[in-house]
Design a protein around this ligand. Structure first.
Ligand code: PEP
Ligand code: MN
Length: 368
């Protein structure tokens, strides 16, 4: 159920609704909106009586939410959620007019590799850096990531290049460690229905990038996001990363229609991963363009300084020059659909001093 407050409702009126919900043994979720605040209720197993709430001061109405997912639903929040990520000089938003561009290698392999990637993606206009320190690999014999050492390198990247950090948490055991270093916790496709991990990141203060499982329906995807919101973390960014299909010309099939599909049903932002979504370097840029054209709120792209030497996903990683081209093309498409890519390209100016956290910011050019 959703308790919709009148526009003039005060903090005390909202608090009274929350207390009433708690007294009944349920959990309130305050969802501030542009025009009015709504309070979602979870934890009830049967229908609630709207009259219980409609008699409280400044309650406009109490309505049943028809969808199985509640807090992620547009029924509960009509306007798009804009998620704040990172802090200070690294703060960016995901879900507004500005596209969020996340780029970097599949895995952090060394300080040199991470710095080389960071320098190039920042210069091309990315303001979020990706890179796994804990890697979920199909083979137990494949490179599993550098663990905490990789997280420390990511923290250095943030300091030195002014990039917010997106990195994967693969299990509840190591989640606390990842949380210490990351600006955004990535939950991978293989963990989309790892319900204990979803609940764990739902209790985190950090935003979560939730990747769609490789055979998940849209409803299953939204239900996975609902797990995170139901624990109190409303900062979730959805990510389409391709499904396993009969296609053998690509690794996965990027489901572009899920982007407008998710936006119809949910207020959460959704970005696209054309790297895992195609698995082929030459398909990444065309699908990145397409994803922006269908309304994606951003992109997550694998970029490696030497893809031929990458320890994971080299065949789908872009060379830095290719990422620069991708950015130029995406910038042009963004303009057509009323979005912007707010940063870059910047002149070549390698980072020199760790006391200057964002050296190339001085040359930042606004998007045309
Ligand atoms: C990744 O982002 O490197 C990754 C492992 O992604 P996915 O979970 O989509 O396979
Ligand atoms: Mn990868």
């Amino acid at each position: 159920m959703l308790v919709v407050m009148k526009p003039q409702a005060s903090e005390d009126d909202i608090r009274a609704v929350c207390e009433k919900i708690q007294v009944l043994g349920y959990r309130p979720h305050v969802m501030p909106g542009a025009e009015r605040t709504a309070v979602g209720i979870t934890g009830n197993h049967g229908p609630l009586d709207p009259a219980e709430f409609e008699t409280l001061p400044n309650v406009a109405e109490a309505i049943r939410v028809s969808k199985p997912y509640k807090l992620v639903s547009r029924e509960i929040k009509a306007e798009n959620s804009v998620i704040r990520v990172g802090s200070g000089a690294c703060e960016v938003t995901i879900g507004g007019k500005k596209l969020a561009i996340i780029a970097g290698p599949c895995a952090i392999e060394s300080r040199e590799q991470a710095f080389a990637a960071a320098e190039r993606v920042r210069r091309a206009g990315a303001r979020l850096f990706r890179g796994g320190a804990f890697k979920p690999r199909t083979s137990p014999y494949s490179f599993q990531g550098l663990g905490e050492e990789g997280l420390k390198i990511l923290a250095e990247v943030r300091e030195r290049f002014g990039l917010a950090i997106v990195t994967e948490t693969i299990d509840s055991e190591t989640c606390e460690l990842v949380e210490e270093y990351a600006d955004v916790l990535q939950v991978g496709a293989r963990n989309m229905q790892n319900f204990s991990l979803l609940k764990r990141v739902g209790r985190s203060k950090k935003p979560v990038l939730l990747k769609r499982g490789m055979s998940a329906t849209l409803e299953e995807f939204l239900m996975a996001a609902e797990y995170i919101l139901s624990e109190g973390n409303y900062n979730v960014i959805l990510c389409e990363r391709g499904s396993r299909t009969f296609a053998d010309h690509t690794r996965n099939t990027l489901d572009l229609s899920v982007i407008p599909g998710a936006k119809d049903l949910s207020h959460l932002p959704i970005i696209a991963d054309p790297s895992h979504g195609t698995g082929r370097r030459d398909k990444v840029t065309p699908l990145a363009r397409a994803a922006v054209a269908v309304g994606a709120d951003g992109l997550i792209v694998e970029v490696h300084p030497h893809p031929d030497r990458a320890l994971s996903d080299g065949f789908q990683s872009l060379y830095p020059e290719q990422f620069e081209e991708l950015m130029a093309e995406v910038r042009a498409i963004a303009g057509v659909v009323g979005r912007t890519v707010p940063y870059g390209p910047e002149a070549s100016e390698p980072a020199t001093s760790s006391s200057d956290p964002a050296p190339s910011r001085r040359t930042a050019q606004p998007a045309p």
